[in-house]
Design a protein around this ligand. Structure first.
Ligand SMILES: Cc1cc2nc3c(=O)[nH]c(=O)nc-3n(C[C@H](O)[C@H](O)[C@H](O)COP(=O)(O)OP(=O)(O)OC[C@H]3O[C@@H](n4cnc5c(N)ncnc54)[C@H](O)[C@@H]3O)c2cc1C
Length: 381
């Protein structure tokens, strides 16, 4: 008998397991695959609260603290090397200045960099691209293909979380005083509460609820470029189209009057903005694009990646940086999102679904999970 069973060992499920077990709860973490291969391992590994708005910024800021605390105990691959948004025209620079003013007002470390300062700090930026930069020194990067496995190992060893990969949950039913979880193998587990963090998988558990949840799935194309001798790209690098896309900039006073320049039209059609993150081995993740489908129709997004989208991303990336981009591999990632920031739904007093965190899970998931465990499981304690 467990206090809490969590379905799904992505970043959301695993951080919920961490916070619950840390608070003394007996936790079972179930993952359908032999190891997680969802959005949590397919992303950039950028922890960038600066791009978030409202409560998600607060969860993101708290996530920085949580990553730092765990990193002090075990190597989660967290590196605090900061985030830069590189503005490429007057409008983007205006938004960067306004967001900087906002963060100065609320006391979140933020620094405006002149063009010369940007080029001194990131010498492989194309000088013609750069107008100025907005830098956040507190922000972090993780290695997405390593972080979740290390976090799972940590919660097992330190907090006794019972982790069972290869456990596809096919049914969750409430009973008197709790809930029963059934695996595809027919094995059953009982707990006081069950939390479902199943990412963009909407067809297995409570499909009728998830079909009505307004969930949309986004397919993102990503590229990995070969290491370049002596290249050092510290931290997270986001660029002009990210400034035009991220929620935090949308809250700025000038956002409503900003027009889209003609040269961005084709990129915007595919939801492209260009981000870079160098991995520990020197390779460079470059992305991304966004295509959308209703969560019940994800087949329509296709199983392929489109070369034309990769070419558009590469052409824009080459307008931004001077180093060679020789592509080693490409992939697609998927996440679900909603117009309401996240989908949080209680089936009843014992079973809760939390999914649809969208593109902000690595940045805000740790802090959000702490809040959710406190409110839902520990009754606000
Ligand atoms: C390409 C890409 C780039 C991104 N970049 C960033 C970034 O740099 N920074 C950032 O903050 N966010 C980023 N994101 C978003 C972030 O990755 C997601 O928000 C986050 O990983 C979602 O986590 P999750 O746990 O909800 O979902 P997932 O990681 O998909 O995990 C869900 C898990 O549930 C399991 N599961 C599902 N159903 C069952 C079942 N019935 N039984 C058992 N297990 C089940 C799945 O196998 C899966 O492992 C990016 C996403 C993508 C795709």
């Amino acid at each position: 008998m467990y206090d809490l069973i969590i379905v799904g060992a992505g970043v959301l499920g695993t951080f919920h397991a961490y916070h619950a077990a840390k608070a003394g709860q007996r936790v079972l973490l179930l993952e359908k695959d032999r190891y997680p291969v969802g959005a949590t391992v397919r992303n950039f590994g950028q922890v960038v609260p600066s791009g978030l708005a409202g409560r998600w910024f607060d969860y993101g800021r708290q996530s920085l603290t949580i990553y730092r605390e765990i990193q002090e105990e075990t190597d989660l691959t967290v590196r605090q090397r900061g985030t830069i948004y590189v503005a490429s025209d007057a409008d983007e620079w205006q938004l960067a200045n306004e967001l900087h003013d906002h963060y100065v007002r609320i006391g979140y470390g933020s620094e405006l960099l002149s063009k010369a300062q940007c080029l001194a700090k990131y010498p492989t930026l194309q000088p013609d691209y750069v107008v100025g930069g907005l830098f956040f020194s507190e922000e972090m990067s993780v290695e997405p293909e390593l972080m979740i496995h290390r976090l799972i190992a940590f919660v097992q060893q330190k907090y006794g979380v019972d982790y069972r990969p290869g456990s596809a949950v096919v049914d969750v039913q409430s009973n008197a005083g709790g809930a029963t979880v059934t695996l595809a193998t027919r094995q059953r587990f009982e707990a006081g509460r069950v939390l479902i963090c199943s990412g963009h998988e909407v067809k297995l558990l409570f499909p009728e609820v998830l079909a009505r949840a307004g969930l949309v799935v986004s397919k993102l194309q990503m590229l990995l470029a070969e290491p370049v001798a002596n290249l050092s790209l510290p931290g997270n690098i986001l660029t002009g189209l990210s400034i035009r896309r991220y929620e935090a900039f949308q809250e700025c006073p000038s956002y409503a009057r900003i027009q889209t320049p003609e040269h961005y039209a084709e990129l915007k059609k595919w939801g492209i903005h260009i981000l870079f993150k160098q991995a520990i081995d020197g390779s460079i993740i470059v992305g991304d694009s966004h295509e959308y489908a209703d969560a019940t129709h994800t087949e329509d997004l296709g199983y392929h990646t489109q070369e034309a989208i990769n070419d558009l991303m590469l052409a824009e990336a080459r307008r931004i940086v001077t180093f060679p981009l020789k592509i080693r591999k490409t992939w697609a990632g998927f996440y679900s999102q909603t117009a309401d920031e996240i989908f949080e739904h209680n089936i009843d007093e014992y079973i809760r679904i939390v999914t649809g965190i969208g593109g902000k899970g690595m940045s805000s998931g740790a802090g959000f999970a702490e809040y959710n465990i406190r409110q839902w499981l520990l009754n606000g304690k």
